[in-house]
Design a protein around this ligand. Sequence first.
Ligand code: PFF
Length: 452
Amino acid sequence: MESKRNSFTGKLGFVLAAAGSAVGLGNIWRFPYLAAKYGGGMFLLVYIILSLTFGFSLMVAEIAIGRKTRLSAIGAYEKLDRRFGFIGIMASIVPAIILPYYSVIGGWVTKYIAGFVTGEMEAMASADYFGGYIGEAVEPIVWFGIFLAITAVVVMLGVEKGIEKVSKIMMPVLIGLILFIVIYTLCTLEGAWDGVVYYLKPDFSKFSIMTVVAAMGQLFYSMSLAMGIMITFGSYMKKDISISKSAHQIELFDTGIAILAGLMIIPAVFAFSGGDESALGQGPGLMFVTLPQIFETMPGGAVLGAIFFIMVFFAALTSAISLMETVVSIIKDKTGLGRIPCCLIVIGICIALGLPSSLGYSIWSEVKILGMQLLDFFDFASNSVLMPLVALLTCFFVGFVLKPKAIMDEVELSERFKQKGLFSVMIRYIAPICLVAILASSILGAFGVISI
Ligand code: PFF
């Protein structure tokens, strides 16, 4: 087994591949709307603290489990202890829940490229456009289908490498554009600086347990944790590459882009709403409403808007490919079927869960699960329930069954692990306590016992 597994060539190869999977809609679409909704600076502060402590520890644990066993999630947990193979199975369900609704949002992005290219920018910049668009039954489904089909074709043909190369070129362009939009907004839009204050200055009165729940869910989502992905990446990592440095670099890169994306969107929301804070609570539509408004005020905005959404499309596509690839390989390992039939099964799952997610904004808007729109429900079920549960089980397993030393030994094959103490205390005590609190509050929140 060991000798057959390919390895990433250099140190940079590993970090870039993992960062490519980590950076996606989570950073550009999901982070800003959560930060806007859950207290701006307070959310940011909680997110950064969690990322440096908990996120780091969990990422090190997952990469080390993968590298130690040279297997992906299901096999890895089974190999370490037969009784705990179920954690790998639970982790593997997460990408299957995320991919369908990820593709719905990928479809929204694709539609926005078309909108900028065909000269609809002015219409798109009106505050009601996005709501009207997702309120239609058919069109969003067509774009969802297009996004899903592109993802599936890449996975079926096995040409991910080509797409990854393209997206490596796109990524710096995307970062450059985000920076440009940030500077443009702050220099030209009146009222934008109030948004910067809201976003960067923690206001302790805005703290609630939901800030922590949302930040933790976002951390898993954005860094591709608690879903077996980092285990798979670790399984390809060479023994002489530093796990803790790689984890820090992925974390820094991923968080950096998310923070910038927030800075691109939140101040603009302040500027366009004239400082009305209720505009911050829009949820999933925030980026789609705000960005066209910014582009409309720019000279050459239509062209820049189109380029921007093309970059976001590639970031989303690489993430969707790695999500689909993960689900396909799990089904392949479990059933022994070929790549194409497995892809078809995954497409079936995506249609079965993606269609309701899309229709939940139009003809099925009355259908609610636990009071949530269907897309929100899938997002909640994966991010606020299943991932914290997988993370909790992983902490328990690593902390008390496998023992932190096993992970530390793996890390120390290539370096002196400086954060040993932090790692051990985090995995054994602090993280489990936080995770239990988080799970309890998401569940109580979903059942309306406490307010979310
Ligand atoms: N981390 C990605 C994002 O922030 O958009 C989402 C994701 C991509 C999760 C790929 C898992 C994955 F395999």
